[in-house]
Design a protein around this ligand. Structure first.
Ligand SMILES: [Zn+2]
Length: 330
């Protein structure tokens, strides 16, 4: 296995090739920073203004982790808007994370809801997809199979809550390494949304039946609401990102770093298990791509990146999840 000397990607990833100078195909080509394309401040403010009568103007997918906490603080300070923070509890959020959600939303004076699906149901689905065989290669280079599915469940939930509550702006606190767009504000296209979830919805409902259908957006529901599709807003695309200063800033609103997560999660214990499955099967870290983006964009040094991907799993959390997963069969 060869590792890029600039960004840390290795050639176990199908799309990565290392040249004779020791650089990967992403680092050896002229790298163009995604930078800032639009200034959407006016557009966001006018969306908020036009929807002043609604109970909420912004819904934030709030994982309780450092990045979405920072996003929540940022949008709260920047916009005169009523915000709803929605957390999808996959059953494996750390106790510190759940405490952080309460403290932070209290301190920021933001309404918060936590939605959790039954543990057996969700573990069955995670077990079924964990080896990655149902996902395209490209998705496996971006995140583990479990993370991919969890993110899809979150998106289905958040889009649904936004549409049903007529909230015009959906906010995700992805890092600049996770967002593959230079546009911070994008209107949802309902056919593209449905197409994006079609595969996983079919896989899960054909294996486990109609009782899982409610966890995915329904075609008729989306068609009925075609005229009220919300906008996606990625605050990090437009802002400088430094992990240390993000953590320092959110500590001021009561956020505490959890001790039992792995090097790439600040909320979820399942991530240790998901990472370990992924590394064992594919031979590269599921966060390598995101971290390599952060290194190329200058947000992380290569050494910082190597430290992050060196910490694949928290051993206690990994063991706890293995035991829980083994108990659930069928
Ligand atoms: Zn590279």
């Amino acid at each position: 296995m060869q590792v890029c000397k600039k960004c840390l990607l290795n050639d176990n990833m199908p799309s990565v090739r290392i040249n004779e100078d020791g650089l990967c195909n992403l680092c050896s080509t002229q790298y163009e920073s995604r930078g800032i394309v639009n200034n959407n401040e006016e557009e966001i403010s006018s969306l908020i203004k036009a929807n002043r009568e609604e109970k909420y103007q912004i819904i934030l997918a709030y994982s309780g982790g450092k990045d979405s906490t920072y996003s929540l603080k940022m949008i709260k300070e920047r916009y005169d808007a009523s915000i709803l923070a929605v957390t999808f509890d996959n059953g494996f959020l750390s106790d510190t994370c759940l405490k952080n959600i309460r403290t932070v939303t209290d301190n920021l004076d933001v309404d918060s809801i936590i939605i959790k699906y039954p543990a057996k149901k969700i573990i069955r689905a995670f077990k079924y997809i964990e080896d990655g065989k149902f996902f395209p290669r490209q998705s496996m280079e971006r995140a583990s199979a479990i993370c991919n599915m969890c993110i899809m469940l979150i998106k289905n939930l958040i889009y649904y809550e936004a549409i049903i509550r007529r909230i015009p702006i959906i906010c995700f606190g992805w890092t600049p390494g996770q967002v593959m767009t230079s546009k911070p504000l994008i209107k949802l296209n309902y056919t593209m949304v449905l197409k994006g979830f079609e595969n996983i919805k079919n896989i899960i409902t054909s294996r486990f039946g109609a009782r899982y259908e409610k966890y995915f957006l329904d075609d008729a529901f989306m068609r009925e609401n075609e005229a009220n599709m919300p906008y996606l807003y990625y605050p990090f695309v437009k802002n400088n990102y430094k992990e240390d200063s993000v953590i320092e800033e959110i500590k001021e609103i009561g956020w505490i770093p959890p001790q039992n997560t792995d090097g790439n999660s600040s909320n979820c214990l399942l991530n240790s298990y998901a990472n370990q499955c992924h590394v064992s099967k594919f031979g590269y870290h599921p966060y390598a791509f995101e971290i390599s983006n952060l290194i190329r964009e200058g947000y992380l040094t290569r050494e910082e990146g190597l430290t992050k991907i060196g910490n694949v799993a928290n051993p206690c959390s990994y063991k706890m999840i293995c035991e829980q997963f083994e108990k659930i069969t069928g």
